[in-house]
Structure formats: C-alpha cells, structure tokens
Design a protein around this ligand. Structure first.
Ligand code: ZN
Length: 663
C-alpha cells in the first residue's frame, strides 16, 4: 500500500475542508481500506457564525456518502464544543445521540453526521481518519489479536477492546485516549473493527493511516499469512456442460430466496477462481459461520452466510439464531426477513443477495474482502470473529433497523430483471431507459458493440449479441443469470425494416433475412427464456414490439409486415401455452415513430414531400394529430409489464395516434 498524496493535486485545494475532501477520496480509492460507505473522516474548523462570532465546528462525513466520491456537501458541520460535552455524559441512547448530532448542525440541509462523530470530536487533532482496513481486522479477528497489535505498534497506538459503534464506544475511546495517549501516539486501533489516525495536517493524518496499515500488512507477510492457496476443482459452468441446467439452478435459488424475503431479490454470483476455491474448502462450514470481519459489514451480509442451496434449512437456522440472541437483548426486537444475503456454494461460488443489483454487488464486493481476511487470519493462527451476541446486537442495532425501515416506496420493478433485445437505439434504448427508471436490472442485447457501455450502472448489463445466433442468445442468458439471478421480463424489440421492396422484386434471400431477425430469433429467445420466466417470483412477462403494419399493412413492406404478423400470431399462441405458468405476453403496435436512427432529416423531408406535406404534418398524420416518440412506446411497454396489465394477456395495443384503418 502506497501513499497516493500528490502535491500538485493537493494544491488545487486551498482550504482545510478542501484538503479533507482530497485525502478522504485518496482513502476511498483503496478498497482494502474502505468499502462502500465504510470508514469516515473529519476536520475541525473555526468559522464565524451569523453574529460574526467565531464558532468551532467538526466537519464529519455524513451518512449516505462514500469516501471515494465525497465532496464538500458530504461533510456535516456540527458544533464541536457540544459534541465534546456530550462525550462526558454517563449515558446517551443511540436515537438521542443522533438527535443531538442532527440538531447541532449549522447547515440544515447537511446530511446526518456519522454515528462516529462524537469519537472524532474527542480526538484532539485537526484531521481524523478512520478505516476498517483489511489488514487490521485480519490481525484483530484472532485469538491473540490484541497481543499481535501490541507487538507491531508498541505504545504508538491506543488499543480499544471491542465495543459496538455508537455513544458507548465514543465515551470509552475519549476516556482511554486521554489516559493513554502521549506525544508519540500515532493512532488508535479498535479491536475487531478498524483503525484511527490523526494529525494537524491532512497529509500527515492520511500518510500515518497508510504507514500504520502498511506495518500491519508487512507483519502478515512476515508471518506467512499474506498469500493463501487457491485451488478450485469444479464449477457449475465448466463441469456440467449443460448451461441450461446451470441457469435454472440459480433461478430456482432466486425464486426460493425471494419467497422468503417477501419480494423479488437480485442474486449476483461471483464464480471467480478465488471465490470457488474458498467455497470448496473442506472446513468452509467452520470458517464461514463465524461471522463478518468488521461489524460494519453485518448490516449488508447478515451474521452468517447460507452454505449450499437449501433455503428452508437456512431460514430455520436463522430463526434459531434470532431467538437465541434476541432473548439476551435489552430492547424488544422484531426479526428481519430471514432470507440469506450471502450464499456460498461449491459449484456456483459466492452469491450476493440484495433488493437491488447495487446492494447485491456490494455484498459480493464485501465478501471478496472477507475471503481475504478469513483466509489470512486462518494462516495467522485461526480466524476468530466477535462473539455471536455482539454481532447480533449490531445486526439488530436500533439505528440500523430504523435505516432499513426507511427504505420503503421503491419503484415497481425493484429486484426484477428484464432482457431487452435491440437495446442500443430507438425504441429498444427507450425501453432500457424506462425499465431502469422503474427499478429493474436490465440486460440489453444488441449487435452494435456500443451496447456494452451504453450505461454505467450496477443495474445494467450490455451484451453484444446477434439475436439470429442461438448460441449467442444462450450465452447471453447465462451471463444475465450469473449477473442478476434470473429473468422476469423480456422485451422482444430487435427487428429490421429492409426499406420498400415490391413482391415482384423481392429476393428469397431478403425475405429469409427479415424472417430470421423479426420472427425466428424471437422463437428461439422465447423457448430459451421460458424455464427462467416460469421461475419469476412475480410471474414472467413478455412485451412484444409489433407494428401498425400487422392490422394495416402497406404495399412495399411484404417481408416486414408478414414477419410482424407472424410474430404477433406466435405471441398469441405463447399466451395460450404459458398462461398456466402465470406468464403473460402482450403486443404493442407502434406507428410513425420518427425519433429513431433510420429517420434522418433528409429521409423525413423526402417522405413528407412525397405526400405533399410539411415534415410536421407528416409526423402527425394521425387522428389525434400527435407525434409518437420512442419514449411513448417504451412507457406502454413498461405498462404492459406492470400491475396495470396483471390480468391481461395476448392484447394488441396500438400506439399510433389513432389510425382509421386500424380502428
Ligand atoms: Zn468504524
């Protein structure tokens, strides 16, 4: 681990808060220091208040901000003297503490200050940095962790036995720091939790963090506890040779987990060699059941992972865990949903489970570091996480429970997965966009390589695919299931319009080409998607982009009209065959959608001229005299997949502004 401090970069920040932003981001860049909202930093600044009187403030990281991307508004300014006074109280409940933090800010729109704010306030240095560094939690999650920390740092750090984050931790740290710190003190190690560094400049505080953590990493290396063996033997992917079964196995797992959670969940599988080797270890049961590396992780990962795929057995185990520990808690607790958040399976690897793709991905990221910590701690002498009761108290911490409850009112497709063909442009792109806005994880296929980078979001997987190639389609389904856990909705959109061509001129080759894209590819995708749609927690849905040409064909578009008519008929029969599985399929028939790639200004002008119209007249030549956009069609596609169409299947809905030939 190296210091990333750069004088030139730092010189762009000419005030204390700016430098606080800069070095916080440097910490955030290293995932072995802080991960997804973990860790926090602060700076003490004196500012003039509204009466022009100086006021001492603690600018501390606000909740909801990640160090990697934090900016000035991410730091909450709190009255420093008030915080120091709070630390002297004998007791303060956690909700009361949060109330004090929020009501003593000088900016009403600042985020809620970190629950570690009081601890930051009591450390008598301008800059304070706090991380949950992997190396520190590796060493302290050991039977003789404290002894090893003393061995590494001598009396250069103050050592605090484990206490759950919150007011008690702040009070104890303030007291012990005051008693033990001296002019050679560089940091404070919180056993089973993390490390603090501090100094009067941003650079020194940051570089102390780096050098303290470096010492811990070097220690692990000298103890031969850094590199650990990775030997994977089998994976579901390579072994079975039958990718369909593998897809179904994961989708079945998702269905079972969603049923326990009470809502659709995203499963993000990590089948890297590292994760598979870990999952295949003989003593995995003993290793993985011990608990998380730092209490900060337990909110996302729960106390222990599920091993294998028996969700019912896990639920029983979790209920037992809850009953055992809840009876020792001082407050009455209600059980959180008993669905696992981490699944470890020797063939699938490590699976993160979350209500959104982002949450599921955070879980696999956290577990990637947990694997490092457990594996190295094992080499060091044995991984030993906190006692179960401490982890339970953290998992059921009143503040954390309040946070979980707040996350209500999510978009309709949260936790669901949709596949859109032809997603790179036009109606397909608008569907991708609309589905993401409605909370779905989207798998977008397109022959255009630009599809891979159309969006950068944990909710998005763009895959290059020629939909007429069945092998490519199957590979895309496998990747979709690995990334998100299954499939709930399919939007059959990819299609081609070959341009005007009279039947007398039509080559068989062109006819076949149009049929291959507009019809045959959809049969193959429907067939391959069927077993996955059957396993959808909220019932599978298919939305088909047809065409006005189905009810009202026009001369010169024989191949296009025939292919879309056949696709419509295919969809109607699909509705009949799959209704027993709760899967519904509806068809939208758009007309005159001009905001797509093929309709350039020149083409529009030429067509308008052909009809003796202005471009605007041409665009709105329908009963309602209205323009139809790709987004309008996408909104209708979304509606057909939503609760609005829960009791409708095989409907054909025009979106054409009204057409007297269709009416
Ligand atoms: Zn912490």
């Amino acid at each position: 681990m190296k210091s990333l401090w750069n004088d030139k970069e730092a010189s762009q920040y000419n005030d204390d808060l700016g430098l606080r932003v800069y070095t916080s981001r440097l910490l955030g860049l290293d995932a072995s220091l802080v991960l997804h909202g973990g860790g926090n930093t602060s700076v003490k600044i004196t500012e003039n208040d509204i009466f022009d009187e100086p006021q001492k403030l603690l600018y501390v990281k606000g909740s909801g901000w990640d160090l990697e991307t934090i900016d000035r508004p991410g730091f909450a300014p709190v009255d420093l003297d008030h915080l120091i006074k709070l630390a002297e109280l004998p007791v303060l409940s956690d909700p009361d503490m949060v109330n004090e933090l929020r009501t003593n800010m000088t900016n009403a729109s600042a985020p809620t200050p970190s629950v570690e704010a009081i601890l930051h306030a009591t450390l008598p240095f301008k800059f304070v940095d706090h991380t949950h560094a992997d190396a520190i939690v590796t060493i302290t999650n050991n039977a003789d962790g404290k002894k090893r920390i003393e061995e590494i740092y001598g009396d250069r750090v103050v050592i605090i036995d484990y206490i759950m984050p919150g007011f008690d931790l702040a009070r104890v740290c303030a007291k012990q720091f005051a008693e033990q710190a001296h002019d050679k003190t560089e940091g404070m190690v919180l056993l089973n939790h993390g490390i603090f560094s501090f100094a009067d400049t941003a650079q020194e505080s940051y570089e102390r963090m780096i050098s303290l953590v470096n010492e811990a990493e070097e220690y692990l290396k000298t103890q031969n506890a850094w590199d650990y063996p990775q030997n994977k033997s089998v994976s579901l992917d390579s072994n079975a040779g039958n990718k369909i079964d593998n897809r179904i196995a994961i989708a079945q797992l998702r269905q079972a987990v969603s049923s326990v959670a009470g809502c659709p969940m995203i499963l993000s599988a990590d089948n890297s060699e590292k994760m598979l080797s870990f999952a295949q270890q003989e003593n995995i049961l003993q290793l993985a059941k011990q608990g998380p590396a730092t209490p900060d992780h337990v909110i996302r990962t729960k106390q222990f992972p599920m091993l294998g795929r028996d969700v019912d057995a896990y639920v029983e185990e979790y209920k037992g865990y809850f009953e055992k520990h809840a009876s020792h808690s001082k407050d009455k607790k209600t059980m959180l949903d008993p669905a696992p958040r981490v699944i470890i399976d020797p063939e699938i690897g490590v699976v993160g489970v979350g209500k959104t793709a982002k949450d599921a991905k955070i879980v696999t990221d956290i577990y990637d570091h947990t694997v490092d910590v457990i594996s190295r701690a094992t080499l060091l002498g044995g991984y030993q996480a906190l006692p179960g009761q401490d982890i339970f108290d953290m998992e059921y911490w009143v503040l954390e429970q309040a946070k979980l409850k707040k996350s209500g009112n999510s978009p309709e497709f949260t936790g669901e997965i949709v596949l859109v063909t032809g997603g790179y442009s036009g109606i397909g792109k608008a569907c991708v966009d609309a589905m993401m806005k409605n909370g779905a994880a989207v798998v977008a296929l397109d022959i255009n390589p630009g599809i891979e980078n159309l969006y950068v979001s944990p909710n998005y997987l763009g895959l290059i695919c020629d939909v007429t190639d069945e092998d490519q389609l199957c590979e895309c389904l496998s990747q979709a299931v690995t990334a998100f856990g299954g499939l709930d909705m399919v939007v059959l959109n990819a299609g081609m319009f070959p341009g005007g061509c009279a039947i007398s001129e039509m080559t068989t080759e062109l006819w076949k080409k149009v049929m291959a894209v507009n019809l045959d590819a959809n049969l193959a995708l429907l067939r391959e998607a069927y077993p996955l749609l059957k396993l959808s927690p909220k019932n599978g849905r298919v939305s088909v982009v047809g065409s006005k040409n189905v009810p009202a064909p026009g001369p010169g578009a024989a191949a296009y009209s025939a292919s879309k008519a056949a696709l419509t008929q295919l969809s109607r029969i699909t509705a009949m065959e799959w209704g027993k599985d709760g899967i519904r399929i509806n068809i939208v028939h758009p007309d005159a959608v001009f905001d797509t790639g093929i309709w350039t200004d020149e083409v529009l002008q030429a067509r308008a001229k052909h009809y003796g119209m202005t471009v605007q007249e041409y665009k709105t030549k329908n009963i309602l005299k209205t323009e139809i956009s790709s987004n309008d069609v996408a909104q209708l596609v979304v509606a057909t997949c939503s609760h609005l169409f829960a009791k409708t299947t095989a409907a054909q809905i025009p979106i054409d502004g009204g057409n007297d030939r269709v009416i």
